[in-house]
Structure formats: structure tokens, C-alpha cells
Design a binder for this molecule. Structure first.
Ligand code: KIV
Length: 265
């Protein structure tokens, strides 16, 4: 099977075919996820929490992200491989370029993801103009946990919803080719997805985005803390890790996941 590219994902949106994405941090599980049919592998900075045991995503370094991206990329043949730029590693356009270069050259990433809207527009434009594919990330942006005062649903009031709608369009205009929306009301995520040409991948953003992403460990029911409301433990009814990830992929494709119990108003 040919590797999925950003063009494949854009066609999936046009054809109204749901995109199934998942995080991966090592070669073996990346391979299993691809065997289960995922379209996109994200080397998320969530590895700071689920692999390294930190309280939040802030401590993970560029070296560590490059290391894990390289581990995943050695096993990856089919999915689009996206890597997170860690906290402060894209605070200036020069730092962003340096980080993206390392994630792509040494890590083998095919796209980089960064968090934030208006403050990141210049960076998104700068990277895109230099041939670096960028995925935006709006809503709950975990690298801003201290500024947000915790992990809370975003965009609930009218002003915040309007601002997010405008920021998402501005990110697309600046060159972002994909957008992750985390923990936002389903109605707002629906509006943003319909308004954009680029695919929108939701996590805690209701059923109407163009695709879904979950942290692999949540799909497998492995957690130091409680599994978030927006996730589902697919391992409970599966006989193997591959079967659990396949059940997740199929539930996303059929539109069965997420259900109302995984979504926010
Ligand atoms: O770091 C991560 O795993 C993420 C997803 C939760 C979208 O950014």
C-alpha cells in the first residue's frame, strides 16, 4: 500500500471519508497501528506524560521528540507521520525552522504540529513557505495548561467560539494543511470543519470533524491517571492490541466513535 500523504487526507475530506489518527512513540506499536489501518501517526508531545511520566507536556525536549519520531519512522510505511514541536521549541521563527528541520531530517517526520492561533500565524507562514507541512492545533492546547488554568473545554462562550472560528481560517490562510481541534463543543467543531478546506481532526470535539485522533494508551485502556471523558478503552472487548486499534479505526470510519458520551456541549 502506498503511503498516505497530505493529499490523500485532503481527498478523504472531499470524499467525506473519516480520517483515523492515533499517537505512537515507538517502532513496534507504530507497526501494529499501521497494520490496524490508521491513516495518520502522531508522535505527540503527550509522550512526556504517557511515556516519561511527567505531570504535563512541557518538559519533553527537542532531542527526545526527534528520538521518538525516528523510532516511529523506522517502522512506518503507510501512514502520514506527524511530529509535535515541543513547548518553546517554536517560540521564534528561527527556532521553529531549526526544530522542524531536525524532526524532518533526523526524525523522518512528514509534517510538524504546533499549538496556538494568532501568535503562530507568522511561524506557520514562515515554515510553509519553506516547504515544511504544518498542522495547527486549537482549542485546549496542553502546552498552555498553566495559562489556561487547567485542562478545560475551550470555545464555550460566543466570543471565544467566534475567535476560534476566525483563528482556524487564519491558520489555513497562513498555510496550515491540517488542524487538530481539542476539547471544544461539538457544534463549534462542526462549524469549523465545514468552514475549512483542510481536514480537521478532533479529540474531544464531537463526531462531526473530518477525523479523530486519540492517545494510543487511552485506546488501550492504559493510564496512570483516569482515561479522559472523550476517550474510549477499545482493549476491553479486543483480543489483541492490533484488534483494539482496528476496532477504533473502524468505529471512526463508521462514525460510531465518538458518541455523545465522549463529546462536550
Ligand atoms: O500530544 C498529543 O498526543 C496530541 C494529541 C492529543 C492531539 O497533541
Amino acid at each position: 500500500m502506498n503511503r498516505k500523504t497530505v493529499t490523500t487526507l485532503h481527498k478523504m475530506k472531499a470524499d467525506r471519508e473519516k480520517i483515523a489518527a492515533i499517537t505512537a512513540y515507538d517502532a513496534s506499536l507504530a507497526h501494529v497501528c499501521e497494520m490496524a489501518g490508521v491513516d495518520l501517526l502522531l508522535v505527540g508531545d503527550s509522550l512526556a506524560m504517557v511515556v516519561q511520566g511527567h505531570e504535563n507536556t512541557l518538559p519533553v525536549t527537542v532531542d527526545e521528540m526527534v528520538y521518538h519520531t525516528a523510532c516511529v519512522s523506522r517502522a512506518s510505511r503507510q501512514a502520514l507521520l506527524v511530529a509535535d514541536m515541543p513547548f518553546m521549541a517554536y517560540a521564534t521563527t528561527d527556532r521553529a525552522l531549526e526544530t522542524a528541520e531536525r524532526l524532518m531530517k533526523q526524525g523522518g517526520a512528514q509534517m510538524v504540529k504546533l499549538e496556538g492561533g494568532v501568535p503562530q500565524l507568522e511561524t506557520v507562514r514562515y515554515l510553509s513557505e519553506r516547504g515544511i507541512p504544518v498542522c495547527g492545533h486549537l482549542g485546549l492546547t496542553p502546552q498552555s495548561v498553566h495559562r489556561l488554568g487547567g485542562y478545560r473545554v475551550q470555545g464555550r462562550d460566543q466570543a471565544a467560539a467566534r475567535a476560534m472560528l476566525e483563528e482556524s481560517a487564519a491558520l489555513q490562510q497562513a498555510g496550515a494543511q491540517l488542524l487538530v481541534l481539542e476539547c471544544v463543543p461539538g457544534t463549534l467543531a462542526n462549524e469549523i470543519s465545514r468552514n475549512l478546506e483542510i481536514p480537521v481532526i478532533g479529540i474531544g470535539a464531537g463526531p462531526d470533524t473530518d477525523g479523530q485522533v486519540l492517545v494510543l494508551y487511552d485506546v488501550l485502556g492504559i493510564s496512570v491517571n483516569r482515561i479522559p471523558k472523550f476517550a474510549r478503552d477499545f482493549m476491553r472487548e479486543a483480543k489483541s492490541v492490533e484488534a483494539a486499534v482496528r476496532a477504533y479505526v473502524e468505529a471512526v470510519r463508521r462514525g460510531d466513535f465518538p458518541g455523545p458520551e465522549h463529546s462536550f456541549e
